[in-house]
Design a protein around this ligand. Structure first.
Ligand code: FE2
Length: 370
């Protein structure tokens, strides 16, 4: 059966941030990204500064406003640093836009063809949860930089240093992007992905799967036809204390992307370097590792090494996975990252939810938000 809404993968994730120059340095030095392209005053862009960072097939764009009247400045004022654009690579950005809007999606950017000497970049966008948008990008006739108006960072002479400084940390591809929505809105957004882009539900977790003594959440994982795009959607559930999802919603001032999961082929090497680069991760009690082999069986990685780094393990019928979560990467307790290595498992670490959420609650408590 042919895919009615073909998507070839995540094209990019664009973050609106308060200071893109400094953020670009952080993602290069701590996460091992390479600075590829740049757009800003030096390239004739009078409104914004954008840095395009690449590692494996992961592409992040960090954008800041150059003045107070920009919608980017307003976005940062309201939400703090966060994910604005989820870019999806599609073969036909016009058709994708027409199908999605015909089926109920709201327009964010009409179908646009942007031309320069490198060809034509075609894109369009629809509104997603909160102020987040989903952008359909077709690069098939464009051979330039990230987009018209961008230049190679070294050509633009605003490169934050050399663009070849990093070999990378092995981060390869965006595995999934999780959204947090308001109480009662999860089903509406699951339906949105199903109706507008032909996604189907992969898994559903209710408050019994994801509950600690204090707080709970519910989650539905939506995926596209070829399985390359996975969007879990969380909503808070009633608990004795404040759900981590509510904390996010309070500080993000509404729904938005909670975490971006990046896959690696060697999580031990990747996390070892990230830790030495100063990235902070959530930790679980040492008892987690004493019970680990009894719970997940034989795995290839040495358990003492996983314990030292704080990497979690889960197993399902298809295999196992290794995962770890950073603490929020800005002062507001909002956006964070997951690093994941899959050995067959297509799950999301259900067996780790309890330990993980207790760990998050310890952090919430320290912030006075539990
Ligand atoms: Fe995740």
């Amino acid at each position: 059966m042919s895919d009615s809404f073909p998507i070839n993968g995540v094209d990019h994730v664009e973050f609106y941030v308060g200071n893109a120059k400094q953020a670009a340095h952080y993602y290069q030095t701590a996460f091992g990204f390479r600075l590829a392209d740049y757009s800003g005053l030096e390239t004739g862009n009078r409104e914004t500064a954008s840095y395009v960072l690449e590692q494996g097939k992961v592409r992040f764009v960090l954008t800041s406003a150059l003045g107070p009247d920009s919608p980017i400045a307003r976005h940062c004022l309201l939400h703090g640093d966060g994910v604005k654009v989820i870019g999806m690579a599609v073969p036909d950005a016009k058709k994708a836009f027409e199908m999605a809007t015909h089926n109920g999606a709201t327009k964010a950017i009409s179908f646009t063809e942007q031309k320069d000497e490198n060809g034509v970049l075609r894109f369009s966008a629809i509104k997603c949860y909160g102020d987040t948008i989903i952008k359909f990008v077709d690069r098939s006739d464009y051979r330039g930089y990230f987009a018209p108006g961008y230049q190679n960072s070294s050509t633009a002479s605003n490169g934050n240093g050399s663009s070849t400084r990093h070999k990378g940390l092995g981060l390869a591809v965006v595995d999934h992007i999780v959204g947090n929505v308001e109480l009662g809105a999860m089903n509406r957004w699951a339906d949105f992905f199903a109706k507008t882009m032909g996604f189907s539900q992969l898994i559903h977790f209710d408050e019994n799967d994801i509950a600690t003594e204090y707080s709970a959440l519910m989650s539905k994982v939506m995926q596209n036809d070829n399985g390359k795009i996975k969007f879990p959607i969380n909503e808070p559930a009633e608990g004795k204390k404040k759900s981590q999802i509510e904390e996010y919603l309070d500080y993000y001032q509404g729904p938005g992307a909670q975490h971006v999961a990046l896959s690696t082929g060697n999580i031990i090497d990747t996390v070892t370097t990230m830790r030495s680069n100063g990235i902070e991760f959530l930790t679980v009690p040492t008892t987690y590792y004493e019970e680990l082999e009894a719970r997940v069986g034989k795995i290839d990685e040495p358990v003492d090494k996983l314990a030292e780094l704080g990497i979690l393990v889960d197993r399902d019928d298809d295999g196992y996975l290794l995962q770890i979560f950073t603490k929020p990467v800005q002062d507001r307790p909002t956006v964070f990252f997951e690093v994941i290595e899959r050995h067959g498992s297509r799950g999301f670490g259900q067996g780790n939810f309890k330990a993980l959420f207790e760990s998050i609650e310890r952090e919430q408590e320290l912030r006075g938000n539990l």
